[in-house]
Write a new protein. Structure first.
Length: 828
């Protein structure tokens, strides 16, 4: 956004140098993209008057002119424009002057030199609009007004002795008030330590404008109040559309605008001055294009309809949809709200009556419309940054005043103001001590109050430490007290704040027990040769169904990365089964995969009705070797390593087919159908269900083309972490050796391993002895065999003495007798 330093100084009574103003913007407001000293671009260009004119004797297309440049001697200049007459005022470029247009378009600016043309010397040049970078016409020399003083520097006369600063828009994203020079002048004035006085016209929101008797009908309906909080308009008559005065054209050129005519130029000037866009419609075109053919101009603000289009001022047809807000007559779109007017109602040289619009539009709607249409305009850029609806009337009135001064225009209607919900200043209370603590400074109360007054925050109430202020309605970014803290710090100057670390009472962070537990589990599995995976949290319906899972329990993604990643997974096991299948296809014959992550199940919620997010440990064990034992015991061995390391005792394994589903959580119910019900178990510690372990269901193994020897486990890490683990107490090293006995028993297939284990464990643990039971092997002669053989290793110790053969035999016989009696076991 280009701003004029001359206008800044005029509005804010700023007496700083150009360099100081640039520094002030950089340090307190935002980035400066570039700056330009226009006076240097127009140096050696003077106002001159043609005193003599004659034709070139040897060139029909050249005229020979004698110019009065304010010096004693006339200057001879040759030009191809033979329409010039004696008395015309022109811009004379001395030899050595740079052609302004080429400064910005050529690698090296074109420098004027005295040169001979067909035998006559041309001592300089008369500039066209394009050469002077003031327009596009390069066919004739630019004429200056008759009252232009001869000999005066052109830049001074044309008010081009100015300094232009281009401020980066992105730095002002949340500051709609800074998209007008008035807002920037307010900010800079306060930065330089002075109070800003807002021009009286900007705060005058009275509506009593019409003084003339003539009345033009103006009927406005707002059918989009949610997206158009305020719409104001007025009709004017007796308009004369003509070229803008010199000062206005100069101002617009400095802003980067192309002068068009006095009406359009005034709306653009006021828009750049205040930050509030305006638009002028040709009143007669609005009436003539309206299918109703009414004598009254009808304006409706509504959402566009499917199939509608509009020919914009850019001469392009824009296709509309029902998400785009438009300004219409009774039927057809006249403008794209907040972005661009339509060519059918534009102001031209034949316009005599106008409708002047000043409105406020929803920033999000304007941004979306701009993106949908690929259309970026100055008005759209301003509306995208939340403007103050309270400035609509003052800005409209100032534009009317300027139009009346510029033409013979008269006010021919009352101001129509549709403003259902008035924007009120927000009352905010802040603590002065908190301001200093937050910013790390030590400002006195008077200093803080003065900064806020300079920024035009009305002070409502002052207590010892509390200050209540009203946030101006043009400051849409100020909603909480911290926003005001920021304002104070910004005006004070962040560069004035010492770089000192703030003092705080630090409270040590609590250990993340889940993180620590995951680290232990990872180490145990890795040390045992397992491989960790980190798969996508997303899956698809076929994968879940292949794993016997209900896809309806999975959350569906609205913006899935791919069809195969359209659901949030309800278990980690299916992802591991997919990876297991892939690794088997790559030639790996036996391995263990594990993963720790969070599954999500619809309906499985916490007390806040949010999806429950428990960490899970899942693992799959597989081997293509033909083995007589069960992969279940490999999975169990890994799990018991974890439980032993964590000192978790009294673990129960209950056959899945015998466990009541009523006592299972949603996640266990969801996962249980992936496992074989007769060779899998629910793992519990007291009343806490930890998870499930066992062989993968035969159907699931078939779906994923997995070998028979495949098992898995799914343990809830959060449940594991919730167990009250008793700290290990010191135990004296045993004085007496441990004795080992291997025992192989043959039992019917329907006898559970756990029942045998519990029986043996009970017989070798009492007041006198302590024992451990380990399964060495489970063997079946064939799949159809009715019996199985299980080999146990018994480790027995007495803490009072060394067990002799007689003691060991007695204990062993007791174990065997109970096995034979209770399970009809046969000792091998």
């Amino acid at each position: 956004m280009k701003i004029s330093v001359n206008l800044l100084k005029q509005l804010g009574k700023i007496d700083k140098s150009n360099e100081e103003i640039v520094t002030g913007i950089k340090e307190h407001i935002g980035e400066v993209e570039s700056y330009q000293d226009l006076s240097k671009d127009y140096s050696d260009i003077m106002v001159a008057e043609i005193k003599e004119k004659k034709d070139h004797p040897d060139a029909d297309k050249l005229g020979v002119y004698q110019l009065d440049t304010g010096e004693k001697k006339l200057v001879q200049v040759l030009a191809g424009d033979k329409t010039l007459v004696v008395g015309d005022k022109v811009a004379y470029l001395k030899p050595g002057a740079k052609v302004p247009y080429t400064i910005y378009t050529e690698e090296k600016p074109f420098i004027i030199q005295s040169r001979e043309m067909r035998g006559l010397l041309s001592d300089g040049m008369m500039g066209s609009e394009k050469e002077l970078n003031l327009g596009n016409d390069h066919t004739i020399v630019m004429r200056l007004p008759d009252d232009a003083p001869v000999g005066k520097p052109f830049a001074e006369y044309y008010e081009l002795d100015d300094f232009i600063i281009d401020v980066e828009n992105k730095a002002l994203t949340n500051r709609g008030d800074l998209f007008g020079i008035l807002g920037l002048a307010r900010e800079l004035t306060v930065i330089f330590g002075k109070p800003f006085v807002t021009p009286a016209w900007y705060t005058d929101d009275t509506k009593n404008l019409r003084e003339e008797q003539s009345c033009l009908g103006l009927n406005i309906i707002n059918d989009a109040e949610a997206l158009c909080p305020r719409y104001t308009a007025i009709a004017m008559d007796n308009i004369v559309v003509e070229e803008s005065p010199l000062w206005l054209k100069s101002a617009l050129i400095k802003f980067g605008y192309k002068p068009i005519n006095n009406i359009v130029d005034i709306t653009n000037y006021i828009s750049q001055l205040s930050g509030q866009p305006l638009h002028a419609f040709d009143y007669d075109k609005v009436i003539s294009n309206d299918p109703n053919k009414s004598e009254t101009a009808n304006i409706t603000i509504r959402m566009a309809r499917a199939g509608e289009s509009i020919l914009g001022l850019d001469s392009k047809v824009h296709e509309l949809n029902d998400r785009i807000m438009v300004i219409c007559d009774s039927t057809n779109p006249l403008a794209i709200a907040g972005i661009m007017g339509g060519s059918e109602t534009e102001v031209d040289n034949n316009t005599q009556r106008i409708i002047l619009e000043s409105a406020n539009f929803d920033k999000t709607s304007i941004r979306k419309t701009s993106m949908m249409l690929g259309l970026t305009t100055d008005a759209g850029t301003k509306f995208k940054h939340a403007l103050d609806p309270n400035q609509c009337i003052p800005v409209l009135k100032e534009a009317v005043r300027m139009i009346k001064e510029s033409t013979t225009g008269t006010i021919s209607s009352d101001i129509v103001d549709l403003y259902p919900t008035i924007s009120e200043p927000k009352e905010i209370t802040l603590s002065l001590s908190n301001v200093n603590t937050h910013l790390g400074i030590d400002l006195q109360k008077d200093t803080i109050v003065q900064i806020l007054k300079n920024l035009e925050y009305p002070i409502v109430k002052q207590d010892d430490d509390l200050l209540t202020v009203l946030a101006p309605t043009w400051r849409k970014d100020v909603t909480i007290k911290e926003d005001i803290h920021e304002d104070i710090g910004r005006i004070y100057g962040y560069n004035n704040i010492d770089s000192i670390l703030p003092l705080r009472n630090l409270i040590p962070a609590k250990d993340n027990q889940i993180f620590a537990l995951k680290k232990k589990i990872r180490q145990i599995f890795a040390d045992s040769g397992a491989n960790e995976t980190d798969t996508h949290s997303f899956t698809d319906i076929p994968t879940l169904e292949k794993a016997n899972l209900d896809a309806d329990k999975a959350y569906k993604l609205k913006n899935a990365l791919a069809p195969e990643l359209s659901l949030m997974r309800t278990s980690l096991i299916p992802s591991l089964l997919v990876k297991t299948q892939m690794n088997l296809q790559e030639g790996y014959d036996k391995f263990i995969l594990f993963e720790m992550n969070i599954p999500h199940i619809q309906g499985y919620e916490d007390e806040n009705k949010l999806p429950k997010e428990d960490w899970h440990l899942s693992s799959v064990i597989t081997s293509i070797e033909k083995r007589s034992d069960s992969a279940y015991y490999i999975a169990k061995r890994y799990l018991e390593k974890i439980l032993s390391t964590l000192n978790i005792q009294d673990i129960e394994y209950t056959l899945l087919s015998e466990f009541s589903e009523e006592n299972l959580s949603e996640e266990i119910k969801n996962s249980m159908y992936m496992f074989d019900r007769n060779t899998s178990a629910i793992v519990t510690a007291g009343d806490i269900v930890l998870g499930i372990i066992g062989e993968i269901d035969n159907k699931v193994k078939g779906n994923f083309k997995l070998p028979k020897y495949t098992a898995g486990l799914d343990i809830n890490i959060n449940a594991l972490n919730s167990i009250d683990i008793k700290n290990n107490k010191y135990t004296e090293m045993p004085k007496y050796p441990e004795s080992r006995v291997d025992l192989c028993v043959e039992v019917n297939n329907d006898i559970q391993y756990k029942a045998l284990y519990d029986s043996i464990y009970k017989d070798i643990n009492n007041d006198d002895i302590n024992g451990k039971v380990t399964c060495l092997d489970i063997y079946k002669e064939s799949e159809k065999a009715d019996t199985k053989r299980i080999t146990f290793s018994l480790a027995i110790r007495n803490f009072e003495k060394t067990l002799n053969d007689k003691d060991i035999k007695s204990i062993t016989q007791k174990v065997i007798k109970r096995l034979e009696s209770n399970f009809q076991a046969k000792i091998i």
